[in-house]
Design a binder for this molecule. Structure first.
Ligand code: ADP
Length: 687
């Protein structure tokens, strides 16, 4: 019995579908060729056995076209059905060919007979087509052509025997499914699944607009998708099997090829840890380059290879630069007048420089606080734009962390006390008998002092800001390779869902606890960037409504290395000082020599004019003077006239960029100032 249980169509792989389609296409196109040969040479089927008549030639052409189409467009899971369709078309063509070329006597009988058994290979429908074709041929020969019974028997044998042979070879006995071992079944299922997944993956990779390269463990290119080919200008066949460095040329900001140390691909090939960068450019095959975002991920274990995904970010970077330049310029321009406003308001509030009534003090205090907030915002924006466009300088020096942080904690202690908070520096607890007191090792790091100060300040200020009551505890701990600064508070805490976003630009937790507390959302972002430039890491642990701990981990310097670096720095500083002194001396000598030469020259040529009567150096007042009534003050008019620029540039303290703390600490400096001895003297008025 032939049934679906016995003749099961095979799930063809892409490879086998292609080979079978090619065979059918070649047979069909050969028949069309034989027709064309007869047509153009004038030979008819009656003159030659090999000429194909029009009807089978047309069917052969149709078979060839449909087979070619199915070759390219068949989806992965329809390969068997497509092969069966091509086969059935071929059998129909061959039937027509036998019909039009004298059946039993046809030269194409052998071709027909050899094609019959394959129907069983393609499943029930194709096997049925073969069977029907055989029966139709026998009936036609017997009833229409009237062959002898002996001839009919011979024909039955030569058609049915190959068909039955095919049945024996390719069909499975009933229940064969059950006799298949579990391993065989799962192997087949896996192979089938893999071939489907491979087909889908190929479609996806080809559709991705990012460039994708797959490299083996040695860094040889195994796959390059169309987007990568377009981006770097390498064709698929040229790039495959080449070392990735010939195909993906990575260059740094100075336009030189990156070494293995900065090359993310090489790093991932050796370390098996994924890496991402958007600081490098890629040079195309024609020598042009574009800024790229490159991400490299390992495939499984070390040595299996890596996947490189990259895209052109030139336009994004240029937008980012323009945005950052705008923010930088705007905040710089706006910070200056705000600092000036803040300074004058500070002077107005200072009893040493101004007398104002209580109501005015209240207004001015509010204005002063807002100006301070605005000033901080501009400063944060400036710092962030510097960090974003890579203008952050990193000047590492050896820092002894415990006393360094102690100084910062001391600076912020008044602020904490003002809010009624206790602030505790664990390594050096002051005035507190701390049962956890311990002996601290010396923790040295090699990092930028300003960056570390800014980060510590930000974290401790935040702890004070977001803690309504309780403690702020600062600690420095470490092991042989690391130093960890931690700032713990008993404040409002941070909800779990916000913690992952805290270090993003402008991110602020928005809830009833934070709404009343001002801020920019830039402080922690800046901390992250600064810590990154110091090659460290920063993280937070927090419980909502209970408190938070922010930690910064930096690489620890061992004692000998720190001592060596400190000595090296002091030798360098000494050398620099000696060089500067020598240079200053050389300048002074050169100046003196030129003055003497000028004097000699002048004495020889001119009669000196009469010496003008010297006047006392002018006193310049730039701060408000007390008003006799109402306690209000008007700013002192700036000097005008021909000498204004000299006066303003020489003698006036730079109030606009002066930190408020220094104005308040020394207000008298901003009331009256004489030009410093030796500075530019204001020339006497011409009579
Ligand atoms: P800002 O404080 O100016 O808003 P930051 O970047 O310093 O900006 O902080 C981002 C957000 O993180 C803050 O708005 C606040 O919600 C939260 N946050 C920071 N530090 C703490 C802390 N110690 N306790 C609770 N929340 C904090």
């Amino acid at each position: 019995m032939i049934s679906g249980g016995i003749i099961n169509s095979r799930q063809l792989t892409t490879f086998w579908h292609r080979r079978i389609s090619e065979a059918i296409f070649i047979v069909a196109i050969s028949l069309v060729g034989l027709f064309a040969w007869g047509y153009f040479s004038g030979i008819t089927p009656y003159n030659s056995n090999l000429v194909v008549p029009l009807l089978p030639a047309a069917l052969a052409g149709t078979t060839a076209i449909i087979t070619a189409l199915l070759y390219f467009v068949t989806p992965v899971n329809r390969k068997s059905a497509a092969a069966a369709v091509s086969y059935i078309l071929l059998i129909i063509t061959l039937c027509a060919l036998l019909y039009t070329t004298r059946g039993l006597e046809s030269a194409f009988l052998a071709l027909f007979v050899t094609s019959l058994p394959f129907g069983i290979f393609f499943g029930l429908a194709a096997a049925a087509a073969s069977f029907i074709a055989i029966v139709a041929l026998l009936l036609w020969e017997y009833f229409v052509i009237n062959v002898y019974p002996s001839q009919l028997v011979a024909l039955s044998v030569i058609t049915f025997v190959p068909f039955l042979a095919g049945l024996l070879v390719w069909s499975k006995p009933a229940g064969s499914k059950n006799t298949e071992t579990k391993e065989e079944r799962s192997y087949k299922e896996l192979a089938n699944e893999l071939s489907q997944v491979a087909g889908k993956a190929e479609v996806v990779i080809n559709a991705i607009t990012d460039g994708v390269l797959a490299l083996d463990g040695q860094g040889t290119v195994q796959l390059i998708n169309p987007a990568a080919q377009k981006l770097i200008g390498w064709g698929k066949h040229d790039a495959i099997n080449l070392a990735y460095k010939s195909v993906l040329k990575l260059i740094d900001a100075k336009n030189s090829e990156v070494g293995d140390y900065e090359d993310p691909v090489s790093q991932v090939l050796t370390s098996n840890k994924s890496s991402k960068t958007d600081l490098l450019s890629i040079q195309t095959q024609s020598g042009k380059s574009f800024m790229a975002s490159i991400s490299v991920s390992p495939i499984g274990q070390l040595g299996n290879g890596v996947i490189v995904v990259f895209r052109d970010v030139t336009a994004e970077k240029s937008d980012e630069r323009q945005r950052s330049e705008f923010i930088s310029t705007a905040s710089h321009e706006m910070r200056t007048p705000v600092a000036s406003i803040e300074g004058y308001l500070g002077l107005a509030l200072n009893p040493a420089t101004a007398q104002i009534d209580l109501k005015a003090r209240d207004f001015i205090t509010k204005a002063h606080e807002s100006a301070q907030h605005l000033g901080r915002l501009f400063q944060d924006l400036l710092d962030v734009s510097k960090a974003d466009d890579g203008r952050l300088q990193n000047t590492p020096t050896v820092i002894d962390v415990v006393p360094f942080i102690h100084e910062i904690v001391q600076g912020l202690t008044p602020k904490a006390h003002e809010k009624g908070l206790r602030i505790l520096y664990r390594p050096m607890p002051e005035g507190v008998v701390d049962e956890n007191r311990r002996m601290n090792p010396v923790y040295y790091i090699n990092a930028d002092r300003d960056h570390l100060r800014e980060v510590s300040n930000n974290l401790i200020e935040n702890a004070i800001k977001y803690t309504p009551k309780g403690d702020v505890i600062v600690d420095v701990t470490g092991d042989t390779g690391h130093v960890v600064l931690s700032v713990t508070d008993t404040g409002i805490g941070i909800p779990r869902e916000d913690q992952a976003h805290l270090f993003q630009k402008f991110y602020r937790v928005d809830n009833s606890d934070t709404r009343q507390i001002g801020g920019t959302g830039l402080g922690l972002y800046l901390c992250r960037r600064l810590v990154e430039t110091m090659s460290g890491r920063i993280w937070v642990e927090s419980e909502y409504k209970k408190g938070s701990t922010f930690s910064v981990e930096l690489t620890r310097l061992d004692h000998d290395e720190a001592t060596r670096l400190i000595e090296q720095a002091s030798v360098l500083a000494e050398q620099r000082a000696t060089e500067e002194t020598a240079e200053a001396q050389r300048d002074a000598e050169a100046k003196q020599a030129s003055q003497q030469a000028m004097m000699a020259n002048a004495t020889a040529t001119f009669t000196p004019p009469p010496t003008p009567t010297p006047v006392a150096p002018q006193q310049i007042i730039i701060a408000p003077t007390p008003q006799p009534m109402g306690g209000t003050r008007a700013p002192m008019p700036r000097p005008t006239g021909p000498m204004a620029s000299v006066i303003n540039s020489v003698s006036r303290p730079q109030l606009t960029n002066t930190p408020l703390s220094s104005i308040e600490a020394n207000p008298s400096r901003y009331i009256a100032e004489r030009p410093a001895p030796g500075s530019t003297t204001i020339p006497p008025r011409q009579q």
